[in-house]
Structure formats: C-alpha cells, structure tokens
Design a protein. Structure first.
Length: 439
C-alpha cells in the first residue's frame, strides 16, 4: 500500500494533497461558523447556496481551465493555483456581507476545479506502473476519508484557543505549504499537442469521455455514487437527530461508520484489483450502494443505521477509487488533463442533481420516500453502466481505418492482420474518432 511513497516526486505530491485537504477541511468548519455569524438562523441557506456555487464552479470551470492550461508546465499551473487559493482564503476573515462569501467561494472553488484534474492527471505520469498507480489511488482515497475525520477534530481543538476567523489562517498555510511541496519536485509534462482552437480544446476531454464505452459506464456509476453519497451527506443528521432523537456525537459516529467502510475498501482494493476486473469491482461496489440506499428506506433504529452506513462506505470507495485506472488507459498522456477535467466536471454534475434531490425530497416527502427515489436512480444508473460498458472491455482492439493511405506510419503501430486492419491499445484521438463495433 505505501510503496508509492518511496517515489520522491509522488511522496511530495501526496504530502501536498494531504496538507491542502486539511486546510480545506478547516475552511469548511470556519465557513459554517462565518455563515452563522453573518446570517444567524439563515446560515443553512447561506451554506446551501455556497455548496451550489461550488458545484457550478466545478462543472463549468474544469474543462475550460484545462483547455487554457494545457500548454503551461504543470508545476507552474499547480503552484499558481495553490497561491490563488491561499490568496482567496486570506480575504475570508474580513468578509462582512453574505454576497462576499459567495464571490470568494466561487473564486476559491474555480481554482480547485482547475487544480484537482491537473494534479490527478500528473500522477499516472509519475507512477507509470499500474500496480503502483492503483496503490496511489487507494492512498488518495484514504487521504480524503481521513481528512473528513481529522479536520473537524483539529478545528475543534483549535477553537478552544483561537477564534474561528483564525481557522482561515490554517487554510492559507495549507495551500502555501502545498505550493512549496510542488515547487520542490520536477513534474513530467506530456508532449505538446498540435495547435487546436479553443472550442476543440475545451470540449476535447468530454468528447473522448463520451466516445469511450468504459467511460460512459463510469459516468453512470458516478450517478450511482452521487445518489447514495447525497443520502449520507445530506440526511445523516436528519436520520440521527430528527428520526432517532440522538445527539451530535451520534451523528459524527454515523459519518465515521461511512468513512470506515470507505477506508476498508481502499485498503483492500489494490490486492483485489490484481485478480478482479475494474468493471467487476466497480459494478459490485455500485450494487452495494443500491442495496444500502434501499435499506435506508426501512431503518428501524440507529443500531441498524451504522452497519448500513458502513456498507454504503464500502460501496462508495469500491465504485470510484478505480476510476483513475479507467481514465489512464483511455487517453494518450497529452490528453489526460482534459480527460480528468471531464471526469471532474461530469461527476460533479451528478452531485449537482442528487444534492438538491436528497435535500428537497427529504424535506417535502420524508426520508423513506427519498431513499426509495435515490435507490431507483442508483439502480437505473448501475443497469445503464452494465449495459454500456462491455464485459470484456479489451485494451487492445482490432480495427480498420477507412481512407487512411497504406503508406501512413500509423499502420506500423500494433499488429497488422493483412486485411487492411490492425490492433493496438485503442483510445479516442485524431485517428480514432469513434469506438469500433464488435465483430
């Protein structure tokens, strides 16, 4: 599990990710307290709007940012975006109006929408071995899960000696240290792509994504993940404190059960994926999400909620941790930033649908009906994923090129069969605009 950390470049990038995550976690706590300070009993509406702004930034900015930064060295991009995030966080303690929160959150999350896909697309180039990359994906999943536990605890400890405004300083420090760690290593950059228009560059990642069967399956799985995840994130507090009449500590324990399931899956996945296909593992995890979401419609007690949330955590991690492997094998290195940006935008578009569905349906129709609706959405998504993602899904695909001259050097790639066809690792690019039909 820890072997990728022997790679100096990756260990520095992983440390940068962890430190930035802790800073972001402190920001989340401080933002909630700031919202209450500014809006009082309307703080929930302020935070809800801020969350919607975050998702809109993620969906809209990621592909555009990828298009404009593809020719800039990755280290320069990552450092500049970390500094931008630190600069935005620096202004937050001085906010006096709610609209200022919205403007700064959009700026901060826009920087994150550009940073995260670029960061994710760099790791496959740093760790070209698939086993090492798989372990790195699990480490990343563990980092996210641990952050959700550690950051609130750290914030609670700090709030005993400082005001919440000073938590924003922790966020600033986190982003600055992250930038310093990125500066300390040399990052590989793929060969430059040929000149393209802005429309082509902006939409390239999404066009590759939607033309690749395994990635269309991933998109459906993203929707299943968002459906079950929204139920947990939005409605855990309602289940625990409104339905079962328990306290905030019990809410934290329930969320910890979900995180524990996710962390266990992250530990197991590197070994599991050595013997099980990505499709099998991800569809299996998505099936657990459907089962857990259905079970949430009939929870008789808090004692039953904990194992169901643990089951949802298992499915959550199994369904999405291997996604980087699919993206890695579905594009040339120079197209990976655009493809990771497409995954970032499309997956968050799913959350933009399920977050309000979980919240509004829960308030209007109750938790039982909401769980059933989300389970139906997740079930339909898993069915669609199994349908559009071929069971075999070979990496090397035999295909032809209508109209490509016999003298073209591309015919020298892969293995030719003498019938104007050849086979090689197939990805969507300028010479392969559509996925070949099975013969």
């Amino acid at each position: 599990m820890l072997s990728p950390l022997k790679n100096r470049t990756y260990s520095h990038l992983f440390a940068a990710q962890v430190i930035a995550l802790v800073g972001t976690g402190l920001l989340t706590v401080a933002l909630g307290l700031l919202a209450f300070d500014l809006a009082g009993e309307n703080a929930g509406a302020v935070l809800g709007t801020a969350l919607a702004i975050k998702m809109i930034a993620y969906v809209g900015v990621a592909p555009v940012a990828s298009a404009f930064t593809e020719r800039v060295p990755r280290r320069a991009v990552l450092v500049a975006l970390d500094l931008m995030r630190a600069g935005v966080a620096l202004f937050l303690p001085f906010v006096t109006e709610v609209w200022q929160v919205y403007v700064l959150i959009f700026a901060l999350q826009s920087a994150s929408a550009a940073f995260t896909p670029t960061f994710q697309a760099t790791i496959p180039d740093v760790l070209p071995d698939e086993k090492e990359y798989t372990r790195a994906l699990s480490l990343s999943r563990l980092a996210y899960d641990l952050e959700s536990v550690v950051s609130p605890m750290l914030a609670a400890a700090l709030l005993t000696v400082i005001s919440f405004h000073n938590l924003f300083a922790g966020t600033v420090i986190g982003f600055l240290v992250s930038a310093a760690l990125v500066v300390s290593v040399v990052l590989p950059s793929p060969k430059p792509t040929k000149p393209r228009g802005i429309y082509d560059r902006t939409t390239r990642g999404i066009r590759i994504y939607l033309a690749t069967p395994r990635l269309r399956g991933l998109l459906a799985i993203n929707l299943a993940v968002a459906s079950a995840g929204a139920l947990v994130i939005v409605n855990t507090v309602v289940y625990v404190q409104a339905v079962f009449g328990l306290d905030q500590q019990s809410t934290a324990i329930a969320l910890a059960a979900f995180g524990g399931g996710s962390m266990l899956a992250a530990f197991v996945l590197p070994r599991l994926l050595e013997t099980v296909l990505d499709r099998t593992a991800m569809l299996g995890g998505a099936g657990l999400l459907v089962a857990g979401t259905i079970a949430a419609a009939a929870l008789p007690s808090y004692a039953w909620l904990l194992p169901v949330w643990f089951l949802l955590g298992l499915g959550y991690s199994m369904s999405q941790t291997p996604s980087g492997r699919l993206l890695r094998r579905s594009a040339h290195p120079e197209d990976r930033p655009a493809l990771f940006a497409a995954q970032f935008a499309l997956s968050h578009a799913c959350w933009l649908i399920t977050y309000p569905l979980a919240g509004w349906a829960g308030a209007a129709f109750g938790l039982q009906a909401t769980s059933v609706v989300l389970a139906l959405v997740a079930g339909a998504a898993v069915t669609a994923a199994a349908w559009v993602w071929p069971a075999g899904d070979p990496e090397v695909v035999e295909h032809s090129h209508e109209g490509l001259p016999a003298s073209h050097p591309h015919w020298n790639e892969g293995v030719a069969d003498g019938r104007n066809r050849h086979a090689h690792a197939y990805v969507i690019d300028d010479l392969h605009s559509a996925w070949p039909h099975a013969r």
